[in-house]
Design a protein. Structure first.
Length: 409
């Protein structure tokens, strides 16, 4: 049998690389196995290539449906400040834009460059094109099989990511490894992605950007909403507010529930104030054609769609729009509803909801409670954060924690 390695880390993303660096302060025999031809492919894609790695505002509420006790125990206090300081110690100065923290260079590649240099200086043995096929625990060690090799390790950190953006390497095989090792995995579903609507008019509003509030109704009950800039697409809605609520849509559709999406194009206005505003416009621009009634209020391509949906004859003068029609238009502007037909696929998702069940993990060490020597880090866990740097923060924090604990053990 080949000599036993002290620590093998599966996955060279933000979590795995951080774990390797953290562990290297305590142990020298570390092998990092990465399935792709290079580490950190997903990291390069983050924040549109700018890497929004944390946020000035951070607590368990930034993680959806989070087990607050677990999340707080993992992050502790000031996890964001500690991450910013760690980045700075490697030369990555920070830049803050609307509370979101980026490297000053605004280049994700600079974060990856310094992490790779750090792995090098810490003498971590990085093996690329080393996709792990199976992970087994016997009494005293782990057997890790890649396509062309078998390794034996005393301890393993599983940091193989989720199923989101599989081109970057996280193709869901981490969940298979987790199950092989004896962990239970909650069904992964796409999150932080667009929402498909069952509505033929989407083709006509494709390309429009506008402010709005988007809400999800599950079996007739409001379950969440978000406000900000919407990007209307040929399939439905994208943009940050749609991303933020997409995991609820994924879960509700997966439960076979009826899922309605409601959009207000006048965020902050209720029906009464919106109706008064439209009534005033009717007086002010009474001679315009009805087709132009919303001109200057909403982007033109959207206005055309909404007027058509209201049933108002586009050729009549605005002054002839009846109160009933104005009420209907008000309802459409403040709560256009359509059935959700789905979400973006795993290919289009930034993260997953679901993953390794956190009940099995000790939040102080990231070690699995029932499988000593096996640690879990990053997005492979059933923890998904909002847009804004929270998923990378999770990957860096859990990677550091797992690395320190596994290195010391
Ligand atoms: C387009 C996009 C933009 C994003 N922007 C942001 C952002 O700005 N801010 C933010 O906080 N989050 C962002 N995210 C989410 C964030 O990138 C992830 O949450 C984070 O990178 C997860 O890190 P990880 O190390 O857990 O997983 P990954 O980065 O996915 O790393 C896992 C690694 O494991 C390797 N691997 C998988 N299976 C195996 C195997 N069987 N054997 C060996 N290796 C394996 C993979 O190749 C991969 O390199 C974005 C995601 C995407 C897709």
């Amino acid at each position: 049998m080949k000599p036993m390695i002290d620590l093998v880390i599966i996955g060279g993303g933000a979590a795995g690389m951080t774990a390797a660096v953290a562990a290297s302060s305590f142990c020298q025999d570390i092998v990092l196995l990465e399935g792709k031809d290079r580490v950190g492919k997903k990291l390069l894609a983050t924040g549109n290539g700018r890497c929004n790695y944390t946020n000035r505002i951070l607590d368990h509420r930034c993680y959806y449906d989070a087990d607050a006790q677990f999340t707080d125990a993992v992050l502790g206090s000031d996890a964001n400040e500690r991450l910013i300081a760690w980045m700075s110690s490697m030369g990555i100065e920070s830049k803050i834009i609307d509370d979101r923290v980026y490297p000053h260079s605004e280049q994700a590649s600079s974060v990856l460059d310094v992490l790779r240099m750090k792995l090098d200086s810490c003498h971590v043995h990085v093996k690329t094109n080393a996709k792990v096929q199976s992970l087994k625990k016997t009494d005293h060690m782990f057997e890790i099989q890649t396509l062309d090799d078998i390794l034996y390790a005393r301890k393993v950190i599983l940091a193989a990511g989720s199923k989101a953006a599989p081109k970057t390497g996280s193709d869901g095989s981490g969940y298979v490894l987790a199950r092989q090792a004896g962990l239970s995995v909650i069904q992964p579903l796409p999150a932080l992605t667009g929402i498909k609507l069952d509505a033929p008019y989407c083709k006509s509003w494709n390309g429009v950007r506008c402010d709005g509030t988007i809400a999800v109704m599950k079996d007739g009950r409001l379950i969440c909403s978000d406000t900000g800039q919407l990007q209307l697409t040929s399939y439905g809605v994208s943009g940050i507010p749609a991303f933020q609520i997409s995991r609820y849509v994924s879960k509700a559709l997966n439960d076979q529930s009826e899922v309605m999406i409601s959009i207000s194009f006048l965020p902050g206005e209720d029906s009464k104030s919106a109706f008064s505003m439209l009534k005033k416009r009717r007086e002010q621009i009474c001679s315009y054609r009805a087709a132009d009634f919303l001109l200057g209020l909403l982007p033109k391509n959207l206005a055309v769609v909404l007027i058509k949906l209201s049933g108002v004859d586009r050729h009549v003068p605005v002054g002839q729009i009846s109160d009933d029609q104005l009420h209907k238009l008000t309802d459409i502007l403040t709560g256009l509803t359509a059935y959700a037909a789905g979400t973006g696929s795993f290919d289009q998702a930034q993260t997953c909801t679901g993953g390794v069940d956190i009940k099995q993990i000790n939040p102080q060490t990231m070690e699995c409670r029932q499988i000593s020597g096996l640690y879990v880090a990053g997005e492979i866990m059933d923890v998904d954060g909002m847009c804004g740097g929270y998923n990378l923060q999770w990957a860096f924090s859990t990677g550091a924690k797992a690395g320190r604990a596994a290195g010391r053990a």
